[in-house]
Design a protein around this ligand. Structure first.
Ligand SMILES: [Zn+2]
Length: 392
C-alpha cells in the first residue's frame, strides 16, 4: 500500500529562488524535449536519450539526474497519448528521485538544484513522522503552491493494512430502534431485527408450551426441542447477517473517505440508563457486542483506526451549540436543543457528538484540529473548542 506524505518545506529566500529556477529550467527542458519527441513520434526513453542527452545537459545545464528524470517524464507522458504534444506548466510538480533528494536527519532534506544541493528544513505532522522514518521513500514530487509555499510529496510503501492517519472520524451511534446511526447521516433500522426477535420469542414460547404438554402426556418432546434449536440458530444467523451488512457499510464508508471509526465504549453503554430495562437486557444479548466486534475486527484488517469514546451525554448534548440537557431529547427519535433550537434526528445528533469527541480525544487529534480550520469548517472548530472545555 502506498501512502503519500506531505512535507512542508521551509526554504530560505535564496533556497526558494534556487528551487524556483531549477523547476522552471526543468519544465523548459521538458517542453523542449516533448516537442522533439512529438515531431519524431518517438516515445522511447533510450532513443530520446541517445539523441538529446547532450543538448539537455549543455543547453539547459541540467544535472545528469535531472536529465534522466526529464527523459522519463517526457517519454512516459507522450506514450500515454501520441496524438498531442505534451506540455507542462512552469510550476507543475517536479519529480525528485532518491539521487536528487536525500533525507538529512528528521527535519532537513537535501535537494539538488542547478547550483548544487540545498539543505532545506521541513515540517511534518507528528503522526506522519514515524512513517517517514520507517519506510524508504519511493518517489517524490516537489510542488509549489500559491504564495510560494513549497511541499515535497513523498510516496512511501507501507505494509498492507497499516492504519492510515485518519483525516476525520465516522461517528457511530448504536441503538435499538436504529441499530447504527452514523455522523454522515446513514441509519440502519433495527426494525427487521426486532421483528425477527419477536418472531423467535413467540415461536419459542409456543414450542415450549407444546413440549410441556407432550411431556405431561408421557411423550418425549425431542422434535420440539430440535425445532426450538433450529429457530434459535435461524435467529442467530439473521443477527449475524444483519450485523455483517452494517459492518460492511460502515467500514466501506470509512475506508472510502480515509476516516477512522468512532464507537461508544461498550462497557459504558451497559452502564448507560437511556434505555428502558427490557431493551437493556436484549441489547447486550443481541446486537452490540457482535456488531462492535465485527466492526473492530474488519476495520483493523482494512487499516481503519477505531477509537472508543465515553458515551456520556452523547444523546443529551446538542451537536451544534454543545448545550447538555435531558430535555433536549424530546422522544426516541427526536432531538430538539433547548438552547439553540436545533432540531435533529436523535441518533444522528448522537453520532455527530461521538465524531467530535473522537476528534478531540483521539491521540491523533492534536495535529488535526487546525486542519479543520483550514478547511473553513468553523462550526466544527467551535464545537471542538466546546468539547475540550466541557470534558475537563
Ligand atoms: Zn444547541
Amino acid at each position: 500500500m502506498e501512502l503519500t506524505l506531505q512535507l512542508k518545506l521551509l526554504p530560505t529566500d535564496d533556497q526558494s529562488t534556487a528551487l524556483r529556477a531549477t523547476m522552471a529550467r526543468f519544465h523548459e527542458a521538458c517542453n523542449w524535449l516533448a516537442a522533439r519527441a512529438f515531431a519524431q513520434q518517438c516515445a522511447n526513453k533510450l532513443t530520446l536519450q541517445r539523441l538529446y542527452d547532450y543538448e539537455l545537459r549543455t543547453m539547459f545545464a541540467l544535472p545528469v539526474q535531472m536529465v534522466v528524470r526529464c527523459l522519463a517524464r517526457v517519454a512516459g507522458t507522450y506514450r500515454r497519448d501520441k496524438t498531442i504534444c505534451p506540455t507542462c506548466r512552469s510550476e507543475a510538480a517536479m519529480p525528485y528521485d532518491q539521487r536528487m533528494m536525500r533525507g538529512d536527519g528528521l527535519d532537513h532534506v537535501s535537494l539538488s538544484t542547478l547550483t548544487g544541493r540545498v539543505l532545506v528544513s521541513f515540517v511534518l505532522g507528528p503522526y506522519r513522522r514515524p512513517r517517514f522514518d520507517a519506510y524508504e521513500p519511493r518517489q517524490c514530487q516537489l510542488v509549489v503552491r500559491s504564495e510560494g509555499q513549497w511541499f515535497l510529496l513523498v510516496v512511501v510503501q507501507v505494509p498492507e493494512g497499516t492504519p492510515c492517519p485518519p483525516t476525520d472520524f465516522l461517528g457511530v451511534d448504536l441503538g435499538v430502534v436504529n441499530l447504527a446511526a452514523t455522523s454522515d447521516g446513514t441509519t440502519h433500522s433495527g426494525a427487521g431485527v426486532e421483528a425477527c426477535r419477536t418472531r423467535y420469542a413467540r415461536r419459542r414460547q409456543r414450542l415450549q408450551w407444546a413440549a410441556h404438554r407432550a411431556q405431561r402426556a408421557g411423550k418425549r418432546p425431542k422434535n420440539m426441542r430440535r425445532a426450538l434449536q433450529r429457530t434459535a440458530r435461524r435467529a442467530s444467523r439473521f443477527r449475524q447477517d444483519t450485523n455483517h451488512r452494517i459492518r460492511k457499510t460502515l467500514v466501506a464508508a470509512a475506508t472510502g473517505n480515509g476516516y477512522g471509526i468512532a464507537l461508544e465504549d461498550l462497557k459504558a453503554i451497559r452502564r448507560r440508563t437511556r434505555f428502558r430495562k427490557p431493551q437493556r437486557a436484549w441489547m447486550t444479548g443481541w446486537g452490540f457486542a457482535q456488531l462492535r466486534f465485527f466492526v473492530e475486527y474488519k476495520a483493523q484488517l482494512a487499516g481503519v483506526q477505531v477509537v472508543l469514546v465515553d458515551p456520556k451525554y452523547t444523546s443529551q448534548q446538542c451537536s451544534v451549540c454543545g448545550h447538555i440537557a435531558k430535555a433536549n431529547r424530546r422522544s426516541q427519535a427526536l432531538f430538539s436543543c433547548q438552547a439553540c433550537g436545533y432540531p435533529a434526528h436523535a441518533d444522528g445528533n448522537a453520532a455527530l457528538n461521538i465524531r467530535y469527541m473522537a476528534l478531540v480525544n483521539a491521540p491523533l487529534v492534536a495535529g488535526r484540529v487546525p486542519q479543520l480550520w483550514l478547511l473553513g469548517d468553523v462550526g466544527a472548530s467551535d464545537k471542538l473548542r466546546h468539547f475540550s472545555a466541557s470534558s475537563h
